[in-house]
Design a protein around this ligand. Sequence first.
Ligand SMILES: *[C@@H]1O[C@H](CO)[C@@H](O)[C@H](O)[C@H]1NC(C)=O
Ligand SMILES: *[C@@H]1O[C@H](CO)[C@@H](O)[C@H](O)[C@H]1NC(C)=O
Ligand SMILES: *[C@@H]1O[C@H](CO)[C@@H](O)[C@H](O)[C@H]1NC(C)=O
Ligand SMILES: *[C@@H]1O[C@H](CO)[C@@H](O)[C@H](O)[C@H]1NC(C)=O
Ligand SMILES: *[C@@H]1O[C@H](CO)[C@@H](O)[C@H](O)[C@H]1NC(C)=O
Ligand SMILES: *[C@@H]1O[C@H](CO)[C@@H](O)[C@H](O)[C@H]1NC(C)=O
Ligand SMILES: *[C@@H]1O[C@H](CO)[C@@H](O)[C@H](O)[C@H]1NC(C)=O
Ligand SMILES: *[C@@H]1O[C@H](CO)[C@@H](O)[C@H](O)[C@H]1NC(C)=O
Ligand SMILES: *[C@@H]1O[C@H](CO)[C@@H](O)[C@H](O)[C@H]1NC(C)=O
Length: 388
Amino acid sequence: MASRGVALSLAALWLLPQLASLHGAAAESLVPAIFVFGDSTVDVGNNNYLANCSVLCKADHARYGIDYSDSAPTGRFSNGHNLADQLAQLLGFSSGSPPAFLSLPDERRIPQMSSTGINFASGGSGLLVRTGLNVCGEVVPMAEQVVNFTSLVRLWGSQDPKASADLISRSLVFISVGSNDLFEYCSLAPDDPARNDTLFLQALIDSYTGYVKGLYEAGARKFSVVSPSLVGCCPSQRTAANKFNDIDGFGCFGRANNLSSQLYPMVDSMLQGLSAQLPGMNYSLGDSIGMAKWVFSHANATNFTVLDAACCGREDYAQGVCNSTATLCTNRGNHMFWDRFHPTEAASGVTAGQLFATNGSFVHPISVQQLVAPPPRVRRGARARRTA
Ligand SMILES: *[C@@H]1O[C@H](CO)[C@@H](O)[C@H](O)[C@H]1NC(C)=O
Ligand SMILES: *[C@@H]1O[C@H](CO)[C@@H](O)[C@H](O)[C@H]1NC(C)=O
Ligand SMILES: *[C@@H]1O[C@H](CO)[C@@H](O)[C@H](O)[C@H]1NC(C)=O
Ligand SMILES: *[C@@H]1O[C@H](CO)[C@@H](O)[C@H](O)[C@H]1NC(C)=O
Ligand SMILES: *[C@@H]1O[C@H](CO)[C@@H](O)[C@H](O)[C@H]1NC(C)=O
Ligand SMILES: *[C@@H]1O[C@H](CO)[C@@H](O)[C@H](O)[C@H]1NC(C)=O
Ligand SMILES: *[C@@H]1O[C@H](CO)[C@@H](O)[C@H](O)[C@H]1NC(C)=O
Ligand SMILES: *[C@@H]1O[C@H](CO)[C@@H](O)[C@H](O)[C@H]1NC(C)=O
Ligand SMILES: *[C@@H]1O[C@H](CO)[C@@H](O)[C@H](O)[C@H]1NC(C)=O
């Protein structure tokens, strides 16, 4: 009983900055719009519109969305809101992520771009253009997501160059991608001739660099980037760890965690390099490796007590599809993982809070809150008021 009390009060401390800032942002959003890119960690329904995308890569059925309003499956790979929703909420967008690009009829796209933004993310996709195609049948690769965004910006720019350039430069670009590239690469046999970690990681960075440059050239200036977490710790990869007999200190798939741990500093130097080279570019990089390690070693300070098994489909640990007949855990708030691959709403909420208003441990060089803060004008304003 006592230890439970401690756990709850620590969890409350952990949430304090998040709640404080939520309160502050209630009146209006901190950026005019958000543009979201990446994979299933942030997809809000794009895959529902892909005719050839398999059911394995769609979250359009129960029990997805069980904690969403009306328990509706929306295409979010979560029991409720996902990371894009929760970051958007912290930025003052009460309904969460902007809508899925593919859900918008042609004539709604530019108006949507200029109101809350658009979400281009597609579950199963990765940095490499072929990632997801074998598993899902059809996904929207990052390369295409960026093209869809830049084409729309160009179209809007041809109608209203000033308004579009101004809005895009003040908006937030949020990117969460790379895990699926790692999953697919790690599923290759250890002696597969296609395996070369150095070449693989460099190919990811080369692609990533191209996407960030493309978004910058379209006018984006503020980038919030989340690198893949300890991907070897999701339930599906714990199964792979046993299969390949490659288990690390966390009880996770060693090879997968090793690669994601190598990728993080590479993404960091990529962004440092780009921001030095591209005038006016600012970024906030979330260290999801550091966050995951912290949660794994401080489970008591968060509410998470089940770190290894999926909430939906846990009985069938190896195959465990999350569908309407899958076993469901009793407490979704204490599970880190919702299904074999994805965090619960509670777990992505902790990540969103850390990205937004961290104490500085898991975001570099600044938090999203700092990234979106208006340039300091306080002193001039104060003086003007005094003379007036
Ligand atoms: C978490 O709580 C349990 C039960 O009280 C305790 O045995 C364990 O040492 C605690 N772990 C940490 C990291 O504080
Ligand atoms: C979907 O699959 C069908 C049948 O294989 C094919 O004809 C069609 O071109 C595919 N559509 C897309 C968008 O890939
Ligand atoms: C998105 O971009 C791709 C690549 O250029 C293109 O094939 C596709 O038609 C675009 N999608 C939409 C809905 O415009
Ligand atoms: C990976 O590729 C690089 C560049 O071609 C090469 O120098 C290196 O020896 C390769 N590593 C392995 C383990 O094959
Ligand atoms: C990854 O594994 C290699 C070889 O097993 C090791 O040298 C390296 O230190 C590991 N890197 C990380 C970040 O764990
Ligand atoms: C954004 O980057 C510029 C350099 O490109 C730098 O002068 C400025 O301080 C940065 N802004 C923030 C909020 O970090
Ligand atoms: C749910 O998935 C399991 C496989 O994990 C399958 O046997 C079952 O038929 C599926 N249920 C539905 C309603 O599709
Ligand atoms: C932890 O549990 C308490 C009580 O159930 C709840 O109020 C709180 O929101 C939870 N915190 C997180 C991070 O889920
Ligand atoms: C930030 O928070 C984490 C987790 O609560 C903690 O481990 C770390 O020491 C804190 N860092 C600072 C600078 O307060």
